[in-house]
Design a protein. Structure first.
Length: 419
């Protein structure tokens, strides 16, 4: 990328000189001159010169992007064994809003092998069009192969916006695709909106350790790309009669670049549900004292039929694996019930769980920040409270129950008895 001053439009007004944070601009003989060695291509001067439009960013080959050629909101449809990931449905729900505001179609990219039924599911959940790419090479996720196919589809059809889930797959795939397309990428977004005046995507994400929220735009490149954390947006309702178009791409005869081969998939053995999907999560922090005490968290999670979460401190201490980490550097969750045990409530942790429907906090420090977001607060020793709560939950839940539905009344009763 480069930047240039359009001589015919420049008035020598010095507005750009005043706003440049790097001191890279000066006016000589009523013409702005940019010292490219000091310029950071931040674009502040372009905004300041909006009235005259005398400064513009250009590609290295001298071309300027015609943004009018890019149309549509695309969602990468992550799937496993033909089952669409929940984060994809969440993106379809939010993508529908963005597409409607832009007056553009909502499309999905589905890659796999024998996943035609999943393509129909995407239509039922809101996609106007599904680009279905099938090949035995796409049966399992391999970054290099998926990147090649997705990049080809985007170059061919030129979408305006591309959204991916900030999952292990999405975080691996998104930067590779963005790099090949020479466009920007905003990772781990928690909010998306459209500026109708400029038609830019406003991408909001936590910054500076979660202490503030930054809104990022990509005004000079297309497509605009963003990855979004799971559980940030709601899932749409399935509309069975909904009509959409499925565009099929058969890559079976193509020799896709593949320098790595998947030999085996080793699944982590767990007694409790994954926190990515669990509606009830019990999480432990450093307040538990040591790794051995993490067992009481697992026992309560089992009693509730939920998943086990952990703070970053507990994960860093080796008490739980990274797959259980909740927070800005872990997973963003939105369960129906979240029980925080011995977690103080650092802002980085709150970012990942504060959207939970019901939050229960157990901590011996009455001034712990976690109590500021909790619906139910227990000031006490987790090593005493959690086992007591587990016993009361086991009394309420009969062994024959396959699923536990926690109501406010039952929760209040259990909390009162355990306290």
């Amino acid at each position: 990328m480069g930047i240039r001053v359009i001589k015919e439009k420049c008035k020598g007004c010095k507005l750009c000189v005043k706003v440049c944070p790097f001191g890279a601009i000066m006016v000589v003989e009523k013409l702005a001159r940019i010292d490219i060695t000091n310029c950071n291509l931040c674009g502040v001067c372009i905004e300041a010169c909006e009235k005259f439009e005398a400064i513009e960013l250009i590609r290295e080959d001298g071309s300027i992007i015609d943004k009018s050629q890019y149309r549509g909101v695309w969602v990468f449809a992550e799937q496993k064994e033909g089952r669409i990931a929940n984060v994809t449905l969440e993106l379809l729900c939010e993508g529908r809003k963005l597409a409607d505001r832009l007056g553009e179609p909502l499309c999905a990219m589905l890659l796999g092998d024998q996943v035609a039924k999943a393509a129909r599911d995407l239509v039922c959940f809101g996609a106007d069009k599904v680009y279905l790419a099938q090949s035995p090479q796409l049966a399992v996720f391999i970054e290099e192969v998926f990147t090649e196919v997705i990049t080809g589809l985007i170059k061919e059809h030129k979408p305006n916006i591309v959204l991916l889930g900030a999952t292990a797959i999405g975080r691996s795939l998104a930067p590779r695709v963005a790099s090949r397309l020479e466009t920007g990428l905003t990772a781990d977004c928690t909010g998306l909106e459209i500026d109708l005046e400029t038609r830019n995507l406003l991408q909001t994400r936590p910054a500076f350790g979660g202490n503030l929220m930054a809104t990022i735009i990509c005004p000079n490149h297309r497509p605009q790309m963003a990855s979004v954390r799971p559980k940030v947006f709601n899932c749409p309702q399935r509309d069975e009669p909904r009509i959409g178009r499925i565009v099929r791409y058969d890559y079976k005869q193509h020799s896709l670049t593949q320098r790595a081969q998947l030999l085996a998939v080793v699944k982590e053995s767990a007694k409790t549900a994954s926190i990515a999907e669990a509606e009830i999560i019990v999480a432990g922090g450093l307040g538990l004292g040591d790794a051995g005490n993490f067992e009481i968290i697992e026992n309560l999670a089992q009693a509730l039929g939920g998943g086990v979460g952990a703070s970053r401190g507990a994960v860093d201490a080796g008490w739980a694996s990274y797959s259980h980490q909740v927070g800005q550097t872990g997973k963003t969750i939105r369960p129906k019930l979240y029980i925080a045990c011995g977690i103080s409530g650092a802002i980085q942790h709150l970012v990942g769980m504060q959207s939970s429907e019901i939050i229960v906090a157990i901590n011996k420090d009455p001034k712990a920040p976690i109590f500021n977001v909790a619906d139910y607060c227990i000031v006490g020793d987790v090593l005493e409270v959690v086992p007591a709560l587990t016993r009361e939950i086991e009394k309420i839940r009969s062994p024959e129950q396959a699923e536990l539905v926690v109501t406010d009344v039952e929760l209040e009763k259990s909390l009162a008895l355990s306290s």
